[in-house]
Design a binder for this molecule. Structure first.
Ligand code: IMP
Length: 199
């Protein structure tokens, strides 16, 4: 079946409304983005893989196999150089379950206490299931972990992550500003460029 961008329904396999809103802003109106709620999927899809790519595949495959939709799923991790890439794939539950951003940030700040190397990157992996084929995209945003929280916007580790070349944290940026340079923004842009050239 030829894929026509101008009538495409695509599920974004996430329960996170912050992420859905971020991505929705970047998509052309021609793509009808459906949330998990829109397709009546209320279960929590377990992320049991040990890599970001693996988790993205698990989520996308679950929706395509169970609900029959073209679908994409993402998984993101914050990789800190001096911690050998931790928290990485375990970023959401770094300080234990249930997931709590405040506790995750406190744990990371304490792990990095007095460390001078604060280099880190966010990495997003996206898995797209489209008409029986699977495609992977990634996006990286390099930067550093601040010593204290700065800013109120965003979510997750945003208050303690400062992207390279900037003097403010992700939590001090508007979502438009963040989308242009963020890991997820870059990965989503690759996804969109790919979808556009199918037309
Ligand atoms: P997820 O795979 O997008 O759910 O991300 C896993 C964890 O990484 C989340 O619990 C967030 O705390 C964190 N995270 C993901 N994306 C971002 C971001 O853009 N800013 C800050 N933290 C993020």
């Amino acid at each position: 079946m030829a894929t026509n961008l101008y009538q495409m329904k695509l599920v974004f396999a996430t329960h996170n409304l912050n992420k859905l809103a971020e991505v929705q802003k970047m998509l052309p109106n021609s793509i009808e983005l459906l949330s998990l709620k829109d397709i009546n999927c209320f279960e929590d899809i377990e992320e049991t893989a040990t890599t970001l790519e693996g988790n993205a595949k698990i989520k996308a495959n679950y929706i395509t196999e169970k609900f029959g939709y073209n679908c994409f799923a993402d998984d993101t991790g914050l990789e800190v150089k001096t911690l050998n890439g931790a928290p990485g794939v375990y970023s959401a539950r770094y300080a234990g379950e249930p997931s709590n951003s405040e506790n995750n940030m406190l744990k990371l700040l304490s792990e990095l206490n007095k460390k001078t190397d604060r280099e880190a990157q966010f990495r997003t992996s996206i898995c797209l299931n489209l008409n029986g084929k699977q495609f992977l995209f990634d996006g990286i945003c390099t930067g550093e972990i601040l010593t204290i929280k700065q800013g109120e916007k965003g979510f997750g580790y945003d208050p303690i992550f400062q992207p390279k070349g900037y003097n403010n944290s992700f939590a001090e940026m508007s979502s438009e500003e963040k989308n242009k340079i963020s890991h997820r923004g870059l990965a989503i842009q690759k996804l969109i460029d790919f979808l556009k050239q199918l037309n």
